[in-house]
Design a protein. Structure first.
Lengths: 403, 171
């Protein structure tokens, strides 16, 4: 007579036959694909078309674009219109500290968009965007010679607060196993900070103390985020405990990088007149590096090196994004910012290290505290535990990261 | 937010266990497959609507349990005889009928089914979840919406009865 344990063990063998399981899976698969979750990416396409047809809005409210740098937030503007009545709110968009409508910009417009951001990633990106907006304001004031100690301190305080919040959100995401999102957000923010740092450094040449202070502040945050981003990328590669997950994240980043590159190319075309020959050539050259990185990343995808592919696509995205931000600065501030050429480094040193080589800038080098070893091995094991504490299954991932 | 990939992976990992759990409660293979399918479909609808899920496994079990309860109520309503009364007498009409239709049920499984069938309804589910599905008492409490102590008591009671029954037949 068998005892209970043995019986139960047998009972656990009972289940679906593989035919049954597969045909059921197919039904569910079909349902899932007929009812996709509405992702922001797919909304992008619709919004690109909308953008073209609503050029008149850009004429009436030239600072429109600043509120919605991410096209994904476009529908929110429609909500804002209904809630607030177009005039005052949009007019406030161009306001700088000291202007009468500045409080509307900060306390109304920005808050509403914040409330409407739903996902953790969107909120983190929005905080990053707010940090960036504060710096843009400082830059505009500096160009006009209006940046004094008082408004600089206010701006810096706000900027610090937003940057800290981004940091907190990224850490949260990493804890909750959202390390690819953490990597995305910190990569985007890093780029933005890098671009602002350059712009402020350039402005400091003309204008002195206040600007320089701010530039140093931005640099400090940027350095911190380089570390954060690198760590998130490493965590992502180590953590993704299914190939499908890692692959999906890498492919997502590939799409983002390709979109960004296309965006920048379009932007260059648009800005041809304002930029002048030389700047256009420079910008177009700068796009080569990201394109090369994307090509290399695609090769990695084919060999299933998803962690490495992800890192490459991240870098491509960053370089393309920086190119765009610097061109924008040229347009907004009428400022020529010297852009060091990006050397496509086959050893995949960090952006900062590669540029330090070219600029020969000791300050830059000492600012980065990244590992000087070119490769890092990351090994992790995934274990599946039942609640009896028995280990039922396991898997291992070993990835070499050239950082 | 759960992606399609993660969701389908949950199916691959958990559909067997859910099916088994369902079968051990309603003793009908085809219906069990239907209910498992409905479980996943309802879960996906929830995700589509923007719902967040902390513990996918617990969530699926909860949906399935509710579907089984709904199903049982309908079944009771529709049948002329009260299955409950019959079950009390240690005889489940449905149980015997459907069991005979599949030759591929092993003797051990059949014995298990019969064992669990003899437990009180209230005890059977927690016992199944603990020993067949290997869920923790905390998870079971979560799924059933009961407190952990009550769940533990029932598991204990159920297992004791099972062992008694097995012990009995040894004599």
């Amino acid at each position: 007579m068998k005892n209970f344990e043995e019986l139960i063990k047998e009972a656990r063998q009972f289940g679906l036959g593989s035919d049954e399981k597969n045909s059921l899976r197919e039904k569910i698969f079909n349902f899932v694909h007929e009812h996709p979750v509405r992702k922001w990416n797919s909304v992008r396409h619709i919004q690109r078309e909308e953008e073209n047809s609503s050029q008149w809005l850009n004429v009436l409210f030239p600072n429109f674009r600043n509120l919605i740098p991410n096209l994904r937030l476009m529908p929110i503007i429609l909500v804002l219109t209904m809630l607030l009545g177009a005039g005052v709110s949009f007019g406030a968009e161009g306001a700088l500290p000291g202007d009468p409508f500045y409080p509307v910009k900060v306390n109304v417009n920005e808050k509403v968009v914040g409330w409407l951001s739903l996902s953790q990633e969107a909120r983190a990106d929005w905080e990053a965007r707010l940090a960036s907006r504060r710096l843009e304001e400082a830059e505009k004031l500096a160009v006009d010679g209006r940046l004094n100690a008082e408004n600089k301190n206010k701006i810096e305080a706000n900027f610090d607060a937003h940057a800290e919040r981004v940091k907190e959100r990224v850490e949260e995401m990493e804890e909750k196993r959202g390390s690819s999102k953490a990597a995305n957000v910190s990569s985007n923010f890093e780029v933005s900070l890098q671009a602002h740092e350059r712009i402020l450094a350039r402005l400091a040449e003309d204008d002195g103390e206040e600007v320089e202070d701010l530039a140093l502040s931005v640099k400090a945050h940027k350095d911190a985020f380089v570390k954060i981003r690198t760590k998130a990328e490493a965590t992502f590669s180590a953590e993704a405990d299914s190939k499908t997950e890692a692959r999906a994240a890498a492919e997502g980043r590939l799409k983002a990088a390709e979109n960004k590159i296309a965006e920048v190319k379009q932007f260059i075309v648009k800005m041809k007149e304002k930029l002048g020959e030389k700047a256009v050539v420079e910008a177009e050259t700068r796009i080569n590096a990201p394109e090369d990185l994307v090509a290399e990343g695609k090769l990695k995808l084919q060999t299933e090196a998803y962690g490495e592919a992800f890192v490459l696509f991240q870098r491509a995205h960053r370089i393309a994004q920086e190119a765009k931000l610097l061109i924008e600065a040229r347009k907004e501030l009428n400022l020529e910012v010297r852009i060091p050429a990006v050397r496509f480094n086959a050893n995949h040193k960090s952006d900062a290290e590669a540029e330090a080589e070219i600029e020969g800038d000791e300050n830059q080098k000492s600012g980065t505290t990244l590992n000087s070893s070119a490769e890092t091995e990351v090994e992790s094991e995934t274990k599946v535990e039942t609640d009896n504490g028995n280990i039922e299954g396991g898997g291992g991932i070993r990835l070499k990261l050239g950082l | 937010m759960i992606s399609e990939t993660e969701f389908l992976r949950a199916y691959d990992d958990l559909s067997d266990a859910l099916f088994r759990h369902c079968y051990f409660r309603i003793y009908d293979r085809e219906l069990s497959k239907d209910l498992v399918q409905d479980t996943f479909i309802k879960t996906w609808e929830y995700i589509m609507g923007g719902g967040e899920i902390d513990n996918v496994r617990a969530f699926l079990y909860r949906v399935l349990t509710n579907l089984i309860i709904d199903f049982s109520r309908k079944r009771k309503k529709n049948s002329a005889l009260s299955l409950e009364t019959l079950a009390e007498q240690g005889f489940d009409l449905r149980f015997e009928d459907n069991l005979n239709e599949r030759a591929c049920i092993t003797a051990e499984v059949k014995e298990c089914l019969s064992l669990f069938n003899r437990l009180d309804d209230k005890d059977r589910v927690p016992v199944l979840m603990r020993y067949l599905d290997e869920l923790s008492p905390k998870e079971i409490a979560n799924i059933l919406g009961d407190n952990e102590n009550a769940v533990s008591v029932r598991i204990h009671r159920g297992i004791k009865k099972v062992r008694d029954i097995l012990g009995d037949s040894k004599r």
